[in-house]
Design a protein around this ligand. Sequence first.
Ligand SMILES: NC(=O)c1ccc[n+]([C@@H]2O[C@H](COP(=O)([O-])OP(=O)(O)OC[C@H]3O[C@@H](n4cnc5c(N)ncnc54)[C@H](O)[C@@H]3O)[C@@H](O)[C@H]2O)c1
Ligand SMILES: [Zn+2]
Ligand SMILES: [Zn+2]
Length: 339
Amino acid sequence: MKAAVVTATGQVEIQDMAEPAIKDDEVLIKVKTVGVCGSDLHLFQGTHAFRKPPAVLGHEVAGDIVRVGSAVTRFKVGDRVTVEPHRGCGECAFCKQNLVNLCLNKSAPGTPGWIGTFVEYFNAPESALYAIEDAVSYEEGTLIEPLAVAVHALSRATVKERESIVILGVGTIGMLSLVVAREMGFKTIICTDTAPFNREAALKHGAAAALDPLTEDVVARVKEMTGGRGADLVLVCAGAEGILSQASECARRRGEIGLVAMITKKIPFYCYGMVFNEQTMYGAMTYETRDFAKAAEMVNSGLDLSGFVTQKLPLARTQEALDILSQKKEGVIKVIVTV
Ligand SMILES: NC(=O)c1ccc[n+]([C@@H]2O[C@H](COP(=O)([O-])OP(=O)(O)OC[C@H]3O[C@@H](n4cnc5c(N)ncnc54)[C@H](O)[C@@H]3O)[C@@H](O)[C@H]2O)c1
Ligand SMILES: [Zn+2]
Ligand SMILES: [Zn+2]
């Protein structure tokens, strides 16, 4: 079968390789669509924490089951599915609390024990499968994974009030967080993004305002739109030099700040306001299984995410798909690769 492999930093090739074998509790999926994610760029650029070249790209996927292991009971050949792409060790303290995302020994696609999803055939355990309804396209099925990131990011918040939320950065994750915030009943949703395309899309999908942090006083606008109080919740979905201080300034007293962006370099943070205003900051790492289940349920019950697929390219053009996301040469929210 064909697979898109990062052979060395900055180099991707379409290679022939053997189809993965399946264990008794696994299925083999004929891949239809895969999503290009920021973490694929990290693998490609050699900056990913645990995915290292040579490795097959991808962890977002939708397709059809073509083979089932002998112990599989809930799914059959022909079923349309997506996959929750991580597996816990089952033994550690975090796995015991159903926190697979925090497992000390988790496996994920694109690591030595599990192939990436940019392939013609992908194996996955039955426990990680979610059915995709017939009315839902494979593309939207693929978006269940990043939607689960957004569900988790919002579920980690403990603020009860849903008057206002600020989302700093509306790329894929911020935009899907906007959708989840809307579904959760946040009344005023204020977004920021440096890209006009993303700001326009945010307005189209329910944001009350979409601000340009380069030309507008974001904090002043947020205060103005929240009766001078600041927002109940601020989600950081972009990495930029002053973004943590900005998040704190946008949040109200006793407000919360959720960190979703993977900011790998040290950035300054003026933390006095956090103390003075008794704010809480939390991190959100991928998703718990219940978040993934919630995201699948949202999409299967009719949440329309089709507008977020901005580019579709075949597997042979994987390099171009990576370039579109990394260089943002054209308006981009989600790039899908079709297999
Ligand atoms: N915590 C997790 O589990 C998890 C999962 C997926 C992605 N991430 C991280 O979340 C972040 C966002 O991911 P993504 O896939 O949406 O990336 P993305 O590149 O699609 O989105 C980032 C957006 O931020 C905008 N931006 C840049 N500078 C900005 C600024 N100063 N203020 C506001 N917006 C700005 C960009 O124009 C872009 O639209 C990344 O850091 C990614 O690594 C985290
Ligand atoms: Zn992803
Ligand atoms: Zn574990």
